[in-house]
Design a binder for this molecule. Structure first.
Ligand code: PLP
Length: 310
């Protein structure tokens, strides 16, 4: 709670999915409304898969999707369902490019329409800034969900938020057997202390940027159709191949990641990576050294058509 200007209270849980689900329930209690709007991945629970045949029918009329990079799509939901939307839940990594203006537009629109603005910082909390994306961009969410970076691998999650919104949950069933697990709470306290004392957010930001810059330089040098970027922040870097021919692209991508693995570097080929505090500049430089030879090797696999960039 001390880490967030916007938070007076917290409820502790075990997973990000639990936290986002709880945040929606709190928002429904706070507003007396039932529908919610979402724009990204928030977990595995039924409401996150509203159209799947494995979940109860009708969820898609309760859980409305919008495109967070097109604020008018959210405005359209509010217009179609006046006074009915309890909450807008938004994961910061979905907003591209992640500018303060883009977030503030969605936040203001949500709050102006009487809905609870939930910032889902399950991925971004603590690694993007000690106070997370909301501190970096001056946002004021009504509720925030956090997990992953909170405890360095121990299972814990939390909903934090303004007292008046959080107190709506008083009397609501929101507990589970292991929510009181003190080992994970101790891990979270230790992690938060270390994040602050050792400026972890600055460290992972700088190393992420070093990796991104290095990979882009290698791709340029070797004329490989690939670009590296933070997805969307440098502590969450990624490398995308963008050869014009999808088949060649797949060959290139697979050859590169296999070659990295053969050199002892495990990079996920289809999901952003995470820089951790344990990484040092030497690890990034070693990764870059291997990336250079892995890219050369990957190029060999698709030589005839490699110059056709997207
Ligand atoms: C933004 C966001 N919200 C919620 C979740 C769900 O968290 P968990 O996998 O701990 O249930 C995730 C997981 O990746 C996430 O990235």
């Amino acid at each position: 709670v001390q880490r967030f200007d916007t938070a007076d209270m917290a409820v502790l849980m075990k997973t990000g999915s639990e936290a986002t689900t709880a945040a929606l329930r709190i928002a429904r209690r706070a507003t007396g409304r039932r529908r919610v709007a979402r724009a990204g991945y928030h977990g595995w629970h039924d409401w996150c898969l509203p159209l799947d045949s494995s979940v109860p029918a009708g969820l898609d009329t309760q859980v409305l999707e919008f495109n967070c990079n097109d604020a008018m799509s959210l405005q359209a939901l509010f217009a179609d369902h006046p006074g009915e939307i309890a909450a807008v839940i938004l994961a910061p990594e979905m907003v591209l490019p992640p500018t303060p203006e883009a977030f503030l537009t969605l936040q203001d629109m949500t709050q102006r329409n009487g809905a609870v603005f939930i910032l889902d910082e399950v991925k971004t909390a603590f690694r993007t800034a000690p106070g997370s994306v909301q501190a970096r961009f001056g946002l004021k969410p009504d509720l925030t969900t956090v997990s992953k970076g909170l405890s360095n691998g121990w299972p814990i999650a939390a909903v934090v938020g303004r007292r008046d919104v959080m107190e709506s949950a008083a009397g609501m069933h929101l507990s589970a057997t292991y929510h009181g697990d003190t080992a994970a709470m101790a891990a979270a306290l230790a992690t938060l202390r270390i994040v602050e004392e050792r400026s972890v957010a600055d460290h992972v930001w700088a190393l992420g940027q070093r990796l991104i810059d290095g990979l882009n330089a290698i791709a340029r040098d070797l004329d490989v159709p690939a670009s590296s970027y933070g997805e969307p922040f440098p502590p969450m870097p990624f490398l995308r191949f963008n050869h014009a021919d999808p088949e060649t692209n797949e060959v290139l991508l697979t050859a590169f990641y296999d070659a990295m693995l053969a050199r002892g570097v495990l990079l996920h080929p289809r999901h952003m990576w995470f820089i951790s505090h344990a990484h040092q500049a030497a690890d990034i430089d070693m990764t870059l050294e291997h990336a250079r030879s892995a890219m050369k090797e990957a190029l060999e696999c698709c030589k005839p058509s490699r110059t056709r960039h997207a």
